[in-house]
Unconditional design. Structure first.
Ligand SMILES: N[C@@H](CCC(=O)N[C@@H](CS)C(=O)NCC(=O)O)C(=O)O
Length: 241
């Protein structure tokens, strides 16, 4: 019997949940994006709060995304993808390939955390408006040092091939697509200057964009637009490219 997948993630943003949504959408596996259901059907932010209180059992999650996959309950984006990757056909066969994809995903999550810290350098719980000065300094370094370093790294890891690991798309390739989209949204000027140095990554992005499930998803209203509540936010004053 097919496993029932339930994703618990903030309903108004792409955020980290998007990496999980992309995996399901690419593979065509049905999943329920629970918090996007109305509260009357068990959805809304209330559903997330109850999961964070331990309602699903399993190891207590610290923060969303959280996935229930049949009897398994797992949080942490990279751990969720590591768990579902084989069933969704989004990792190569064999431990070495699976581990390599997981390694890349963890690096992507480091990049995501740093992107978030450009607008929240002092505290997650404070508004951007309360940490704008520090955000400016942080974003300057992110744009000047970290975006180039991460992009250089992934361009080298790809090494002219069609996918990061093996020849078929893995969830790490989907995640590379997502961070390129996010960085382009948040830092368009900075990213424009980098385009010539990442031909392999841009080709990979096009390949992911054209993948049948992803193309259908991007054209649907299931894809939440980037916005200034999410991780990749466009504040022109931080795009110091
Ligand atoms: N390392 C975790 C981070 C989870 C996380 O920070 N989730 C955010 C939303 S994207 C959140 O709701 N955080 C609440 C908090 O940290 O208090 C992961 O990759 O899943």
């Amino acid at each position: 019997m097919a496993v029932r997948y339930e994703l618990y993630y903030w309903p108004m943003i792409q955020g980290r949940g998007e990496f999980v949504r992309l995996a399901f959408e690419a593979s065509g596996a049905p999943y329920v994006d629970v918090a996007r259901l109305p509260e009357s059907r068990g959805g809304g932010v209330a559903a997330i709060q109850s999961v964070l209180g331990g309602a699903l059992g399993g190891p207590l999650p610290f923060a969303p995304p959280v996935l229930r996959a049949g009897r398994v309950v797992v949080a942490q984006t990279a751990a969720i993808l590591h768990h579902v990757g084989p069933a969704l056909g989004l990792v190569p066969r064999g431990d070495a390939g699976r581990l390599a994809v997981h390694q890349h995903q963890l690096t992507i999550m480091d990049l995501v955390a740093e992107a978030h810290e450009t607008h929240h350098p002092i505290a997650v719980g404070l508004y951007y408006e309360d940490q704008k000065r520090e955000a400016k300094r942080r974003a300057e370094r992110f744009v000047a040092d970290r975006i180039p370093k991460f992009l250089r790294y992934f361009e080298s890891a790809l090494d002219g091939r069609r996918a990061l690991v093996g020849s078929a798309l893995s969830y790490a390739d989907l995640s590379v697509f997502q961070v390129l989209e996010g960085l382009d949204y948040a830092f368009p000027r900075a990213m424009k200057r980098r385009r010539r140095s990442i031909p392999g990554l841009l080709a990979l992005r096009d390949r992911v964009r054209a993948q049948r499930g992803i193309a259908a998803y991007l054209a649907s209203d299931r894809r939440i637009p980037f916005n200034e509540m999410g991780i990749f936010r466009h504040y022109p004053e931080l795009d110091t490219g």
